[in-house]
Design a protein around this ligand. Structure first.
Ligand code: HEC
Ligand code: HEC
Ligand code: HEC
Length: 134
């Protein structure tokens, strides 16, 4: 009888675990969006921490940009991208984007898992090695 509270707590925990997947699904919109990490060695070296284009644009347009890059490179043989601020970048997923964003797991993947998108690019393109990551 004096263990009653334990049973009640046990039931509460059990219900919590049993209903978690359901509640979690219902609340899909609820978990806060991830904050992609930009603390890579390459970005740490930058005086002004800037992406190829402004962050607000990269956030929503990076997939369009990558597809443009691919088409320009593969179909038109273009290998240099000139950004809006006049800076030039080599058109390359692995050597440009992933050079700065070498923390794919904490950056691209984190956001994509949250948004439930799985870009298939890594079937062919080389992912950054992250074993010895700082
Ligand atoms: C079936 C294999 C394959 C898949 C999948 C693939 N690519 Fe590629 N991609 C290539 C090949 C091959 C090239 C040409 C590379 C070369 O000539 O050096 C290329 C070139 C590119 C380039 C320009 C050059 C470079 O080295 O980055 C970009 C950008 C690119 N792809 C982006 C993407 C993106 C974004 C995705 C996913 C949405 C993707 N690719 C998926 C095979 C693939
Ligand atoms: C020279 C280093 C560098 C390169 C190259 C680079 N990035 Fe970035 N990227 C950054 C930095 C630094 C930020 C953070 C910018 C800020 O906070 O204003 C960023 C931000 C972003 C964001 C927004 C993240 C967020 O929190 O919303 C995305 C998406 C992104 N980059 C994708 C890419 C893609 C795709 C490429 C290749 C086309 C690329 N980046 C190339 C340095 C780089
Ligand atoms: C701020 C969050 C965020 C970050 C960081 C981010 N992505 Fe994305 N990415 C998205 C979202 C959201 C979509 C899906 C957009 C849609 O479906 O319209 C997407 C879609 C894509 C697609 C198109 C996938 C497809 O199948 O159409 C590619 C390619 C891509 N991201 C590459 C990258 C790469 C490479 C990085 C890391 C350098 C990166 N993204 C970082 C949020 C992000």
């Amino acid at each position: 009888m004096y263990d009653g509270w334990k049973i009640i707590i046990g039931i509460i925990i059990f219900l919590g675990i049993a209903t978690f997947p359901i509640l979690y699904d219902l609340g899909k919109a609820a978990p806060p969006p991830p904050e992609p990490k930009i603390d890579t060695p390459e970005i740490k070296k930058m005086v002004e921490k800037k992406c190829v284009e402004p962050k607000s644009l990269m956030k929503i347009e990076h997939m369009v940009m990558l597809k443009d890059w691919r088409d320009w490179y593969v179909r038109e043989g273009r290998s240099i991208y000139i950004a809006a601020d006049g800076k030039q970048y080599n058109i390359s997923l692995s050597n440009t984007c992933m050079k700065c964003h070498s923390n794919k797991k904490d950056f691209c993947d984190k956001c994509h898992n949250y948004a439930a998108v799985v870009p298939y690019c890594w079937d062919c393109h080389i992912e950054p090695k992250e074993e010895g990551q700082l």
